[in-house]
Design a protein. Structure first.
Length: 379
């Protein structure tokens, strides 16, 4: 008798396709072995992510999940009922969530459709509902070992497992991994760049303070900052720093980049100045593109970068240290090239999408074989 595939309903906190979490979800769902797994995706609304998934022949369902306020029990119960009804209709084996809100709804709905729950942790900061939500889940997937600190109260448990984000390497073979310009740093303009939403947690203000120091010593240097604006007030503060540092002629905010590979090909040095991260896809993409990177030592960045070998690490919120490491790469053309090559090799060895998918498939198969949590029987 032919074996039935494992049915998985993925939950996304957002319907856009600009965040690393949404890109990771899309790559995972589309890359599963369709002989063994049947992916479905639940989104809070219409958007680019739904359109892309449907192009890939992955069924998409729209169910807005309201904020979990216990003062609105009827609205909450309706959303739980809708998720449970969908789970029963699709005969879902596993709910795979990516945030506290949808983990709550998946956990509640799983009691009525007998599905397992996988909670994918893509944020470093703890949530006030972590302890409650952990009771709803059968596996907690961490994108970095460092995130175990978020659940240190759990102690040693087999519920948590680390699966690093993965990169589709073929996407980063369109351009040479050589630096953007030709010749040494004294013969041409050096291009420094960053990718990330324009918001305080991403640290573009610290990068601008650092670049002011860099520019004084290395006038033939330009900074490109890519990313959509999430916090307009913060962007305004960044532009004030540019004005104060005299950087208006050498710094460009270039907005969200659909083709991040093309953007990275323009850079000599990639910088990730974040105040907080889990396991940033932007850093992995720069490494896959063969770029020497300077990153803050937050979240899983130290798991991605081997300091001094495949990149450089600095403390968060330290513009002086960030400037020093950027200048070290500007002044040493051979070091930039060597670190870029080592970065690419590290991604090839540890952070491919194939490794990520294989690990997740194993977790799913392991889960469906294990005893189910107590739940209401299927009708």
């Amino acid at each position: 008798m032919e074996k039935s595939p494992i049915n998985i309903l993925y939950f996304s906190s957002f319907a856009h396709l600009t965040g690393g979490g949404q890109i990771s979800l899309m790559l995972l769902a589309s890359g599963l072995d369709k002989n063994d797994f049947a992916p479905y995706v639940l989104l809070p609304g219409k958007g680019p992510l739904a359109a892309r998934l449907r192009q890939m022949q992955i069924p998409v369902f729209i169910i807005p999940l309201p904020a979990v306020f216990m003062l609105r029990p009827l609205e909450l119960a309706k959303a739980v009922y809708q998720v449970a009804k969908l789970g029963r209709r699709l005969n879902i084996d596993i709910f795979h969530t990516d945030g506290p809100r949808n983990t709550f709804y998946a956990g509640m709905a799983s009691l009525f459709c007998n599905a397992k729950v996988v909670w994918h942790i893509r944020a470093e900061a703890a949530d006030s509902f972590d302890r409650l939500l952990s009771c709803f889940t059968d596996r907690i997937v961490l994108v970095a070992e460092d995130l175990r600190r978020r659940f240190d109260w759990m102690g040693q448990t087999g519920k948590m497992v680390t699966v690093h984000n993965g990169i589709l390497l073929e996407e980063f073979s369109r351009y040479s991994s050589e630096p953007a310009g030709q010749g040494g740093p004294l013969e041409r303009e050096i291009v420094v760049g960053a990718v990330g939403r324009i918001e305080r947690i991403k640290g573009q203000d610290v990068l601008l303070e650092a670049f002011g120091r860099v520019k004084r010593n290395h006038p033939d240097t330009r900074l490109l900052i890519a990313g959509g604006v999430s916090e307009p007030d913060f962007e305004a503060d960044c532009r004030k720093i540019m004005e104060r540092q005299g950087l208006n002629d050498c710094v460009n905010f270039v907005g969200h980049q659909e083709d991040v590979v093309s953007f990275l090909s323009r850079l000599d040095i990639f910088v990730l100045p974040s105040r907080s991260e889990a396991f940033p896809r932007a850093l992995l993409e720069a490494m896959a593109a063969g770029k020497a990177a300077v990153a803050t030592e937050v979240g899983g960045c130290a798991e991605a970068v081997v300091d001094g070998v495949s990149g450089l690490l600095v403390p968060a919120n330290n513009a002086a240290a960030l400037a020093e490491k950027i200048e070290e790469l500007i002044e040493d053309d051979l070091l930039r090239k060597k670190m870029g090559l080592e970065a690419r090799r590290r991604v090839e060895k540890k952070f491919t999408m194939e490794k990520n998918i294989c690990r997740m498939e194993h977790i799913y198969q392991e889960l469906v074989k294990s005893p189910r949590r107590r739940a209401f029987p299927r009708r």
